[in-house]
Write a protein of this length. Structure first.
Length: 431
């Protein structure tokens, strides 16, 4: 009996211990972070909704070109006065019942056709702007993701530098006890130790702030129990400029949006010009239009039948409004062409600028890594020389400072290269 109680108590304690164990933090790769950002970004949602809405505009404009069918039912009462028409001679009797199936269509409506093409171009503009928003989001995720990775590396470097200073302080204390160095060397090492402790605190603060800022983009609720995978050392080659240029010319959403805007304004001009042209339409009616609600009148004649009509509308005089609309559409087209020219020039400038930035950052990654390795070797040799009494404590301090700067520069160089690639891909798409 006692043994059973012990077993039950042990299981209960184990359950409580497991229940109190906090869950492991979420670990995100770059692809995971990008997928979460796309799902939670209000800008992406707004851009996609705008594209879907533009699609519905196109559907509606196309439907306006096709015939429509409607059912029409009406009752007209006119006060009797002894005549067959009633008191109003325009009416067909005191009681008129209308129940008809009506088909209306345009035989020639150039303005509506131009409006349909204009809506197609507006849809193309909306889709291009959605692509712009998506590529901008990728660049933002890259900046925040590798900003967090860089902050984590700087914190690790600060901790490593703290460990190195603690080791140096231990060396100075031992040498001071042996009478080989002055007390001032130990004091300087203690000052360096306090500085490195502050660097660790600042590094932790920077990482926490980067995590909080990034979480706003990643999660629909507030949370900070996550980490990101450090893949800065993964190779990310830079394609030749000719390939980048071809990708930009084919895939630039900015150019697509500007070109579609020009075409949209071109169809707008055609639409307003077409409003000054004649239009031809028809109507077909099938049903009853009689003085009684029946298929036959009292004499046995049928009330059910059909009729058709055609209308030719010729605009003659609008007090200059039609001419003003044409002038206005021409100005809009002129502005769209100017914007397209500017977008093309800006694309070429940004393409060269972003590529040069990525090329320079790529070339400096190996150089910065080599500088870091040389700084580490310099610090090692300086410490050996200090132990041997060949250099002063100030030279050790300078070597440590150089090592810290080299580590930070090497990590910053890798982050800079990833950001440069992300900016370049806003013009070309993924490569």
């Amino acid at each position: 009996m006692m043994s059973n109680r012990i077993v039950v108590l042990g299981l209960t304690l184990c359950h409580l211990a497991l229940a109190q164990t906090p869950p492991a933090p979420l670990t995100l790769t770059f692809e995971d972070a990008l997928a979460r950002a796309r799902a939670n970004s209000p800008l992406i949602v707004a851009a996609n909704i705008a594209a879907l809405s533009a699609r519905e505009d196109t559907v509606q404009a196309k439907a306006a070109l096709l015939p429509t069918a409607n059912g029409f039912s009406q009752f007209i009462y006119t006060q009797p006065n002894g005549l067959s028409s009633g008191i109003f001679v325009a009416n067909d009797g005191p009681h008129v019942y209308v129940d008809q199936f009506v088909v209306h269509g345009d035989i020639w409506a150039p303005s509506k056709l131009a409006d349909y093409h204009k809506s197609q171009m507006a849809e193309a503009v909306a889709h291009a702007k959605a692509d712009i928003a998506a590529r901008g989001l990728v660049a933002t995720v890259v900046e925040d993701y590798y900003g967090m990775v860089g902050a984590g590396r700087k914190l690790a470097n600060a901790r490593q530098s703290l460990t190195e200073v603690q080791q140096f302080l231990d060396i100075t204390q031992k040498l001071e006890r042996g009478g080989e160095v002055a007390r001032s060397d130990t004091v300087l090492a203690q000052v360096l130790l306090v500085q490195r402790q502050r660097d660790v605190q600042d590094g932790q603060l920077a990482l926490d702030k980067a995590r909080l800022d990034f979480s706003v983009l990643l999660f629909p609720d507030f949370r900070q129990d996550y980490t990101v995978v450090d893949d800065l050392n993964a190779p990310q080659p830079l394609p030749p400029f000719e390939e980048i240029q071809n990708l930009a010319s084919r895939n630039s959403p900015d150019i697509r949006a500007a070109q579609a805007t020009v075409e949209q304004q071109g169809f707008e001009l055609k639409s307003v010009r077409a409003e000054r042209l004649p239009s031809l339409s028809f109507d077909y009616f099938y049903g009853t239009y009689a003085n009684e609600f029946a298929l036959h009148d009292p004499q046995g004649h049928g009330n059910l039948g059909s009729s058709a009509q055609a209308q030719l509308n010729i605009p003659l005089w609008t007090w200059g409004a039609a001419k003003s609309k044409v002038k206005q559409a021409e100005l809009h087209l002129q502005q769209a062409r100017s914007d397209l020219s500017l977008t093309q020039r800006q694309l070429l400038a940004n393409l060269h600028s972003f590529y040069l930035e990525a090329q320079t950052a790529s070339a400096q990654v190996d150089s910065l890594r080599q500088s870091m390795e040389l700084s580490a070797e310099s610090l090692r040799l300086t410490l050996l020389a200090y132990r041997a009494g060949e250099v002063t404590v100030l030279e050790v301090k300078d070597a440590q400072t150089t090592m810290i700067q080299a580590r930070s520069a090497a990590d910053d160089g890798r982050v800079r290269y990833r950001l440069a690639l992300a900016n370049l891909q806003t013009l070309t798409g993924a490569f």
